[in-house]
Design a protein around this ligand. Structure first.
Ligand SMILES: NC(=O)c1ccc[n+]([C@@H]2O[C@H](COP(=O)([O-])OP(=O)(O)OC[C@H]3O[C@@H](n4cnc5c(N)ncnc54)[C@H](O)[C@@H]3O)[C@@H](O)[C@H]2O)c1
Length: 244
């Protein structure tokens, strides 16, 4: 039997990178998936490739109103929502003293506030479904320091995950965070960064970066009933980086 059969999932930031890999893995495991992203052209084309169990909805994850629309449309298309993967995010690697307040608030809104809005928007639908699983994508920078702004938001996601897990447990909703290391997605594999990443990979215990699909395996586990006793927990997928 497929690991996610009968599940309805929303995955944000699913037009490319890890979100797209998660959507593909979910569909392969029998789920019906609403993919959302700001990038309508890419998201629509990818959902069409995935077939009838995929639906793309354009969404800016910082808008509370758009969250309500996404959940309503997901229910209309596939029924009450069982799984939410809060994956959409941006990175910003800038020296702290050159970071403006506008830039800082932009990353806080997209990486952090969106996670709060998503969990709040979906909880009622999950209750209707008899419970659910929320997977919040943090980072190893939710465990150890990195760029100011990005690190702050990823620590916040880790903390918010634990607080929400305690809040939502009585509704049968589990909430966990995922902490990827260096994953080969468009976010990091830009032409001018490739050499630096190859150099960095030499210092990763497993001596390589990860493919997005390797993170999807963990996300499928957390979305499925296989992880029925895990909530408020941190799941690291980093090739050993934070073990050093
Ligand atoms: N790639 C890595 O090495 C790495 C490591 C740790 C954590 N992460 C986290 O994993 C998640 C996915 O990263 P990725 O590497 O696949 O990134 P990516 O840049 O390849 O994809 C992110 C997607 O999010 C979408 N997005 C951005 N802002 C949005 C908004 N306001 N509303 C809706 N969609 C929006 C983008 O359009 C894009 O399609 C992010 O939260 C990121 O911080 C990435």
């Amino acid at each position: 039997m497929s690991r996610l059969s009968g599940k309805v999932a929303i995955i944000t930031g699913a037009a490319q990178g890890m979100g797209a890999a998660h959507a593909k893995a979910f569909i392969e495991q029998g789920a019906k998936v609403v993919l959302t992203d700001l990038n309508e052209e890419k998201g629509k084309a990818f959902a069409a490739e995935l077939g009838e169990n995929a639906l793309f909805i354009k969404q800016n994850v910082v808008s509370e109103e758009e969250w309500a629309t996404v959940v309503a449309k997901a229910e209309e298309a596939f029924g009450p929502v069982n799984v939410l993967v809060n994956n959409a995010g941006i990175s910003l690697n800038k020296f702290m003293l050159e970071l403006s307040l506008d830039e800082y608030m932009k990353i806080v809104n997209i990486n952090q506030v969106s996670v709060f809005l998503g969990m709040k928007a979906v909880a009622g639908s999950m209750a209707k479904a008899g419970g659910g699983s929320i997977v919040n994508i943090s980072s190893i920078n939710g465990l150890v320091g990195g760029a100011v702004g990005y690190t702050d938001t990823k620590f916040a996601v880790r903390g918010m995950t634990k607080a929400a897990a305690l809040n939502l447990a009585h509704m049968g909703i589990r909430v966990n965070s995922v902490h990827p290391g260096v994953i080969a997605t468009p976010m990091i594999m830009q032409e001018d960064a490739k050499e630096a990443i190859e150099e960095f990979a030499k210092h990763i215990p497993l001596k390589r970066v990860s493919q997005p699909e390797e993170v999807s395996q963990l996300v499928v586990f957390l979305a499925s009933d296989e992880s029925s006793y895990s909530t408020g927990a941190e799941f690291v997928v980093d090739g050993g980086i934070t073990a050093q």
